[in-house]
Unconditional design. Sequence first.
Length: 92
Amino acid sequence: MALLPEQEDQIRRYLLGVATPDEAERVEIDLLRGDENVERLLLIEDELIANYALDALSEHERDLLETDFLYTPERREKLTIAHEMVKIASMS
């Protein structure tokens, strides 16, 4: 099932740490409901990381990502890989 744009925005805000308490609760409840919701969140997480590596985020989103999002080693590792992929792609 495809996400509505407002649902995707809600997850992005959740990942960036700026969701309202009600939005955060809805996202967390959805995550508890099943793997499909977790996969959606992970896809949006990967999209944020890719957009960061491609310098395709607003300055505000970059700041949020740097302060609130990259606190886990797994996300920092994904960012390192994304930077390397961008570097390799720019060489060809």
